[in-house]
Design a protein around this ligand. Structure first.
Ligand code: CTP
Length: 419
């Protein structure tokens, strides 16, 4: 990291003019009311590292909700407030900025959300997870651009270290274990030795965290460029096993994640697809436990269950003599992510070819005729219509018919044969 002497220049250099302008105006308004406004947290860390990050977090020693209300009069946009936490979000065009009243936190019970009360910037920074996230930049015009580094964040940034601020940090909030691993792997930093010891000591505290919060951490990890690195490290430190003892973050997972990224490029793989790969080697029972531990939504849970169900059909799918309608019968109705997970994780070439054919082509095949057409041709309304539509679908899948006229002749032939 190059030594940055003037963070104000860095702001100008790295952030879009519209955001810079917003911060300057916000600083002026805050100062005119005797309040102090700061840019804090991840964006300051990333400004110093020269990494792109436009998620502005502002902290005011004063009242964030009132300040945001004043700003909205200058800047047309939408405001969302959370009076209980003294926070507000301001959104305009494609931009979004979070404003918070400086606060301190007390953790009444490990794993539960903290009690918060208004406080000074220094307390607000002290409640944070790692030193590299505790830096702030003054935004009041009189001190604009001044870096505030109370807990050695800059030094740790230079030495590439992830360090907690006090030894109860992971006990208070064990989600920081996952956050720590995520930063370590994203930035190619190291957990500072004492922090590493505390993290290992507090792995069991992950059990105090609700399923929703763990799920959120997994979602954050899975939005990283190399999520598999975080899981690999978590396995090394016995953290992955806290989700399920059978989970593995080894080379197999890395390879499958890479294939998943290639398959869904330019988009990232969905949460469901990634999770299906992570859980692929679990038994059905273990996968069921994971679903309840993470309190997964119905649709993601279904992806995991579908993945297991398709796994039991891989042998049938590996039959080279299987025709397209046979492939369709085995795979239709399952979530596309579950099918993709099996495509990536299965080890039979033939099964993979069949799955690929389904995903690329067969799942979109439909007969051209519908029920009304069949009635027009002369079939009496009733269950027979559904049967014929199914037969037509099958014929389409197997390439026995390729046009609407072809379908009509086929139906007429069936009818003639029946008579
Ligand atoms: N924070 C914390 N403990 C948590 C979650 C968040 O102390 N369990 C603090 C961190 O100091 C962080 C800030 O709240 O800087 C904002 O959180 P978030 O937006 O999740 O973090 P960013 O630093 O913006 O990280 P990222 O780059 O991953 O988005």
């Amino acid at each position: 990291m190059t030594k940055i002497t003037n963070p104000a220049n860095q702001i100008e250099k790295q952030l879009p003019a519209e955001l810079v302008n917003f911060m300057q105006v916000a600083g002026e308004v805050a100062q005119s009311q005797g309040q102090s406004l700061y840019l804090v947290g991840g964006v300051v860390r990333d400004l110093l590292l020269g990494r792109a990050n436009f998620d502005l977090d502002l902290v005011v020693e004063g009242n964030a909700i009132e300040l945001t209300r004043q700003l909205i009069e200058i800047k047309q946009g939408e405001i969302t407030t959370h009076p209980r936490f003294g926070t507000a979000k301001l959104q305009w065009n494609k931009w979004s900025v979070d404003l918070a009243t400086a606060r301190s936190e007390t953790y009444v019970k490990p794993g539960a959300l903290p009690r918060v009360k208004p406080s000074s910037l220094s307390n607000d920074l002290f409640r944070r997870d790692f030193t590299i996230n505790t830096m702030a930049i003054h935004l009041n015009p009189s001190r604009y651009g001044e870096l505030i580094d109370l807990y050695g964040g800059r030094d740790d940034l230079e030495h590439k270290l992830i360090r907690v601020l006090h030894e109860k940090s992971f006990t208070d909030d064990a989600t920081r274990i996952w956050r720590g691993l995520r930063y370590e792997q994203r930035l190619n930093f190291q957990l500072e030795p004492n922090t590493l010891q505390l993290l290992k000591r507090d792995i069991p505290m992950l059990d105090t965290i609700s399923g929703d919060r763990i799920q959120y951490e997994l979602e954050c990890i899975l939005q990283e460029e190399r999520p598999e690195k975080v899981f690999h490290r978590a396995e090394e430190l016995n953290g992955l096993q806290s989700l399920d003892p059978a989970l593995k973050g080894n080379g197999w997972l890395a390879e499958k994640f890479k294939l998943a990224q290639q398959l869904t490029s330019p988009n990232l793989p969905s949460f469901g697809l990634y999770l299906a790969l992570l859980a692929y080697r679990l038994t059905e029972e273990q996968s069921g436990h994971l679903i309840s531990r993470l309190r997964l939504s119905k649709s993601v849970a279904q992806t995991l269950q579908n993945t297991m169900a398709i796994k039991t059909k891989l042998q049938a799918l590996a039959n080279p003599a299987l025709n397209p309608s046979g492939i369709y019968r085995l795979l239709h109705g399952y979530s596309p992510s579950a099918i993709m997970a099996n495509l990536l994780a299965g080890d039979s070439n033939v099964a993979c070819q069949h799955i690929r054919l389904f995903l690329n082509k067969l799942r979109y095949v439909k007969p051209a005729l519908n029920g009304d057409d069949l009635i027009r041709i002369g079939i009496a309304p009733g269950p027979r219509i559904k049967e014929i539509l199914q037969l037509l679908h099958q014929a389409r899948l197997d390439g026995k018919v390729t046009s609407k006229q072809g379908e009509e002749s086929l139906v007429k032939k069936w009818l003639a044969n029946k008579e």
